[in-house]
Ligand binder design. Structure first.
Ligand SMILES: Nc1nc2c(ncn2[C@@H]2O[C@H](COP(=O)(O)OP(=O)(O)OP(=O)(O)O)[C@@H](O)[C@H]2O)c(=O)[nH]1
Length: 785
């Protein structure tokens, strides 16, 4: 027939199950491909009753047959398995060791029972081989055999309905109908005498067995007829599992892929002499096989090239169509699982499918998470870029954050649909929450930076607006410095607050934060003023001296004062000191709050009225400046303490005394320089002692003329040499300058006098010729002088 039956020993004489042999057999006959479309046929019967011979002729197998010339002895040992050749559907044949074997004796009875139970448990059709002459005989070999079969059937929990095909060998001339009737009666008798559990006391034989009877001629005596009858019988095995076919109800059938585990487990249970619960067994087989198949699919998925490539791509970056690709891979393996477990128990296969799906999802979940991570990063980057652009276009911060966040989350949601898989209801809520948190954190960070920049900008503006003006106010001689400072502070602060408030509008800050920021800026502005005042207060002595110097050295028209002796130095000094004291009082405390104080009065009364000298005898405790606080001025507003004022004033006076003394000296020097007359006593002495000489000059006009000429000359020289000017630079330098210029100047005067004389002479001559002469007066010389 060209097809190999692949006969293999399934269970050896030691009752060991040949697992490897069975697997090889199943692979050889490709049983796994048949699903439920296969049948199992086994044969039991007395030893050497021609069982192997019948199977070989019936199914084209090659089970060992006893050599007819060696006599009847045991040939088949244990249980053998083969595939029926040329039979549709695939039919598995089991050849069992013969019963009632003389070689084994009574001890082997147990194996007979076990093998019979095994055959009943796994077979759709059980051939019961029996000699024709044993029918109706009280002590025939088939009686204990049948009893054993029925008892075994009782041990099958919820047994399947099995076809028992009685094959009567060496048929005699007795008609088959008669043989069958006798056989059926025998079977019924045996069934009635078999012990049955209470649940099956009333159960009919037909509920457990589908009994069929056939008879064959003797193979040894009528071989041709035997073969002809076997060929007819073979036809009954075609499509045996179809409805109405020879096979039983097939309730216990397991899918072909579970055949191996099924028969192994059944044999194990039988060997352990336990009752065989076929439904539970089916579940067990389904469980084992579905799990095996699921594990196999998971293993294949783990090493699937498509999956590995997808996983690697996801690690490197975002993958387009991730969900679709992953679904496709999972679908492929789950579909294979569904196909391979199709014939197993629905409950089991569904449960195992869920497990497979769960494990597969567990395997791919990290990749899914990685994809969500990419989406999260991408959406966050988009938010950052969008926000930056939005802020560059000067849109409101809060509005920009809202718009950009919505756009980013929308992109995340949209792209998530590309990542989501149908096999799991994985959602991105947690990652989305994290994304929202990221967005909020970034927005908060940018808001912090922007607010800091804004704050710094307004602080800078307010600093520029206050520092220089406050400094100049202290330099100026304003009447009320603090009124000016307060006005400046109020005006600039209001300006800054207004601008700051407008700039903050876009941030949509809550009221308390907004109020705090406004208050902070106000405090900053106040701090700027306070710091500047404290800085200026550090230089208060310089300022006071400058102010003193300004007032002392300039008159009311701000012209530099020339000490001519007419000025009241004392009064001017007091005025200048009063101005310096006023400045000291101004710098002594911060007066931004416009609270009145008595600092200026205290300083004025304590320092200007000379208390240092007057109160030397008064106790220190009564000195209003012997304190570190000003009355009515809080410590934080105190810049220069009373005791510091006292010390500064003392130093100020010391350092300005020189200026006053210089002024007094200048006055005296001026007076001295502008006094031409000798002292009165000298004039009286000269008048008394020089009376005679004076009278002589008056009596002689020549002397008087000479004196007059000398006086004129000395006046000319005086102005020519600018003697008064030269001596203003000092006596020594005046003498030196005059000594070097005296002779050239005198020569110059003489030359000019001579030149004038010539011109007058020439003019007189020409006028005598043309015009009446005009007298030249000496007054013409005066402008030259
Ligand atoms: N009388 C008679 N002998 C047969 C028939 N068929 C086979 N034999 C002979 O019976 C002997 C045993 O044949 P097997 O086929 O080996 O019998 P078996 O039942 O498989 O033997 P075991 O497996 O050892 O129990 C052989 O010598 C066969 O020639 C038959 O129809 N009638």
């Amino acid at each position: 027939m060209g097809e190999d039956c692949a006969a293999t020993q399934l269970i050896d004489v030691n009752r060991a199950f040949n697992v490897d042999g069975l697997d090889r057999f199943l692979k050889a006959v490709k049983l796994a491909n048949y699903g439920l479309s296969y049948a199992v046929v086994s044969i039991i019967g007395p030893q050497s009753s021609g069982k192997s011979t019948l199977l070989n002729h019936l199914f084209g197998t090659n089970f060992r047959e006893m050599d007819a010339f060696k006599g009847r002895s045991q040939t088949t040992k244990g249980i053998w398995i083969a595939k029926g050749v040329g039979i549709e559907p695939c039919t598995i044949i089991l050849d069992l060791e013969g019963t009632d074997a003389r070689e084994r004796g009574e001890d082997d009875t147990a194996f007979e029972k076990q093998s019979a139970l095994f055959a009943l448990a796994i077979s759709d059709i059980v051939l019961i081989n029996m000699w024709c002459h044993d029918i109706g005989r009280e002590h025939a070999a088939n009686r204990p055999l049948l009893k054993m079969v029925f008892q075994a059937m009782m041990r099958l929990f919820s047994p399947r309905k099995t076809t028992l095909l009685f094959v009567i060998r060496d048929k005699t001339k007795t008609p088959l109908e008669h043989l069958e009737q006798v056989l059926r009666e025998d079977i019924q008798k045996i069934w009635d005498t078999v012990y049955r559990p209470q649940a099956h006391k009333e159960t009919l034989l037909s509920e457990f067995f589908n009994v069929e009877v056939t008879a064959l001629a003797s193979y040894e005596e009528k071989e041709e007829l035997f073969k002809e009858q076997v060929a007819q019988l073979r036809q009954r095995f075609f499509h045996s599992i179809a409805p109405g076919g020879l096979a039983g109800d097939r309730r216990g059938v397991v899918p072909a892929s579970g055949f191996s585990i099924s028969v192994q487990q059944i044999w194990k249970v039988i060997r352990e002499n336990k009752d065989l619960d076929l439904p539970a067994h089916k579940i067990m087989v389904a469980t084992v096989r579905c799990e095996e198949i699921a594990n196999e699919k998971l293993r294949c998925l783990t090493s699937d090239k498509g999956w590995l490539a997808l996983e690697a791509s996801v690690q490197a970056g975002s993958v387009s169509g991730f969900g679709r690709k992953l679904d496709s891979i999972l679908d492929a393996y789950l579909s294979e699982y569904d196909m391979e477990t199709f014939y197993f128990d629905d409950g089991v296969r569904t449960a195992k499918r869920l497990q497979l799906e769960s494990k597969a999802l567990h395997l791919v979940h990290p990749a899914f998470q990685a994809m969500l991570g990419h989406l999260r990063s991408k959406a966050l980057d988009k938010f950052k870029n969008d926000l930056e652009r939005s802020l560059e276009s000067r849109k409101g911060f809060a509005m920009s954050v809202r718009t950009c966040a919505e756009a980013s989350l929308l992109e995340f949601d949209t792209e998530f649909t590309d990542v989501a898989i149908q096999h799991a209801d994985w959602n991105a809520s947690k990652i989305r929450e994290k994304l929202c948190h990221d967005i909020e954190a970034h927005a908060a960070s940018v808001r912090g930076v922007k607010l800091s920049e804004l704050k710094a900008s307004y602080e800078k503006k307010i600093t520029e607006a206050l520092v220089q003006p406050v400094e100049s106010l202290f330099d100026s001689a304003a009447q009320d410095i603090w009124a000016s400072i307060r006005e400046l502070y109020r005006h600039e602060t209001e300006n800054a607050i207004s601008g700051y408030s407008s700039s903050l509008a876009g941030f949509e800050l809550d009221q308390s934060t907004f109020d705090k920021m406004m208050a902070d800026l106000k405090n900053y502005a106040r701090g700027v003023v306070v710091r500047k005042i404290r800085e200026e207060a550090g230089k208060v002595l310089i300022h006071m001296k400058d102010r003193f110097s300004t007032v002392f050295s300039h008159d009311k028209d701000s012209m530099p004062r020339v000490w001519t002796g007419k000025e009241d130095v004392r009064k001017i000094t007091e005025e200048a000191r009063a101005v310096a004291l006023k400045l000291l009082a101004a710098m002594a405390a911060i007066r931004l709050d416009d609270q009145p104080d008595k600092i200026e009065n205290i300083l004025s009364s304590s320092l200007m009225d000379g208390p240092v000298i007057k109160n030397r005898t008064i106790e220190a405790s009564r000195d209003p400046l012997a304190s570190s606080t000003w009355e009515g001025v809080p410590p934080e507003n105190t810049v220069i303490t009373p005791v510091q004022c006292k010390s500064i004033w003392k130093q100020f006076k010391v350092e300005t005394e020189y200026t006053v003394s210089q002024a007094i000296s200048s006055q005296e020097a001026f007076k001295h320089n502008n006094s031409w007359l000798p002292p009165s006593w000298a004039i009286v002495t000269i008048a008394i002692l020089g009376f005679n000489e004076f009278m002589m000059l008056l009596r002689n006009p020549l002397y008087l003329a000479i004196l007059f000429i000398l006086f004129i000359l000395s006046r000319v020289v005086w102005y020519e040499l600018n003697i008064a000017g030269e001596f203003q630079n000092g006596t020594l330098s005046g003498l030196l300058a005059i000594s070097t210029r005296f002779l050239p100047s005198v020569m110059n005067i003489l030359k000019r006098v001579a030149g004038e004389g010539n011109r007058h002479h020439q003019a007189a001559q020409s006028s005598q010729q043309s015009l009446p002469s005009t007298a030249q007066t000496p007054r013409n010389l005066e402008p030259e002088m």
